[in-house]
Write a protein that binds this ligand. Structure first.
Ligand code: PLP
Length: 378
């Protein structure tokens, strides 16, 4: 990244750590074996895969046998939601602010005869526990509530969610999407009660296209083939990706507390500075409820797309948090679920900091954003 680029979009993806690149490199060259074979090169790849599995398991507090390597967070979420459905009609309960990687498989299952119910959230984006309890019962097969939200950053009261699910739907599999939480929160402690947990390497300084589902309960595969991953996920292993995920998770876990404290201070300076410098700015969720790197603001009367274009011209990379694959910005389903009117939702910009963020990034954003907003307001 050049010196003039201010990268404030860590929730979208993070710069790959040099240690991860180094750890992956041999598997893109001389250590190219297929771990499903039996000769020496295959055994070498198998050893690397087993080591990666052990490291992922240690970082998230799971048994190595529970780790299913996937092509990323999306596949892990799909496997959790679809792989736990029974052979008879049943209900999937999610929060209304889940990532599309959870909501869309649930909606796809609903088109096939299952039922999908969404638990609403409060104005801060936290799931409404009473309304969640109302949706639970013996008919529920799977409940999916994320550890932390990708758009506004709200951390969910997952321990209370788990207690409700065990009391009112003890037969249900409980999934949590920990993709955004993984760089910041102790997954081993916070998600100990989850039956299923998704992580993705590229949010942690790892490669894109690598992730894992921790499955403490049986899952039926959604990819059928050679029976890899104990029949839970067929397909020749991406050994380099698994090694990259393991390295990134291990590094992130080792430096989590100091990095979180450092980034939280940077985020607070950014948020306080923008709130002071730009009249009519609101934070979408209170800071004590969101991840350390998230600064999600709404700038009254400003079109988010126009603001993002101006910021990009100034070298500041931020996001609306709700782009679909075409790049078109829809009013965010998360903000709408939090009760934000659609017109206000279109004024939102998400600045997300991460392990490489510096004071200089904050300084440049504090110079660029007020100027860009002032220009748009004429
Ligand atoms: N879940 C959450 C909360 C995310 O933020 C993302 C990515 O933005 C995903 C799932 C999807 O992960 P991946 O990009 O690895 O498919």
């Amino acid at each position: 990244m050049d010196r003039l680029t201010t990268y404030l979009d860590h929730a979208a993806t993070t710069p790959v750590r040099p240690e991860v690149v180094a750890a992956m490199a041999p598997f893109a060259s001389e250590r190219f074996g297929n771990p499903s074979g039996s000769h020496r090169l295959a055994r070498d790849a198998r050893t690397a895969l087993d080591d990666a599995r052990d490291a992922v398991a240690a970082a998230v507090g799971a048994d190595p046998g529970d780790v299913v390597f996937t092509s990323g967070g999306t596949e892990a979420d799909n496997l959790a939601v679809l792989g736990t459905l029974p052979g008879h009609p049943a209900t999937i309960v999610t929060s209304s602010v889940e990532h599309p990687a959870v909501l869309e498989p649930a909606r796809a299952a609903a088109r096939l005869g299952f039922s999908h119910q969404e638990a609403p959230v409060d104005a801060d984006g936290a799931v409404d526990l009473d309304r969640l309890a109302d949706l639970l019962g013996p008919h529920v097969a799977v409940v999916s509530v994320m550890l932390a939200n990708n758009e506004v950053g709200t951390v969910q009261p997952f321990d209370q969610v788990a207690r409700l699910v065990r009391r009112h739907a003890p037969q249900a599999a409980l999934h949590t999407d920990a993709v955004q939480a993984a760089p910041w929160l102790d997954l081993a402690r916070l998600a100990a009660d989850a039956d299923l947990l998704s992580v993705s390497a590229h949010k942690l300084g790892g490669p894109k296209g690598a992730g894992a589902l921790v499955a403490r309960v049986p899952v039926r595969p959604i990819l059928h083939g050679g029976g890899q991953e104990r029949d839970r996920r067929s397909g020749t292993h991406d050994v380099a990706g698994a090694v990259g995920l393991a390295t990134a998770l291990t590094l992130a876990a080792a430096e989590r507390d100091p990095t979180a404290a450092r980034v939280r201070a940077l985020r607070d300076r950014l948020a306080d500075g923008l709130l002071a410098a730009v009249p009519g700015t609101v934070e979408s969720a209170p800071r004590d409820r969101v991840l350390p790197g998230h600064c999600h603001l709404r700038f009254a009367g400003v079109d988010q797309e126009e603001l993002l274009v101006l910021l990009d011209r100034d070298g500041v990379c931020a996001a609306a948090g709700s782009a679909c694959a075409s790049g078109a910005l829809q009013p965010s389903h998360v903000l709408l679920a939090m009760g934000v009117p659609p017109a206000d939702a279109k004024t939102a910009v998400r600045f997300t900091l991460g392990h490489t963020s510096t004071d200089a990034d904050v300084d440049r954003a504090l110079a660029a954003v007020p100027a860009a907003v002032a220009r748009l307001r004429g």
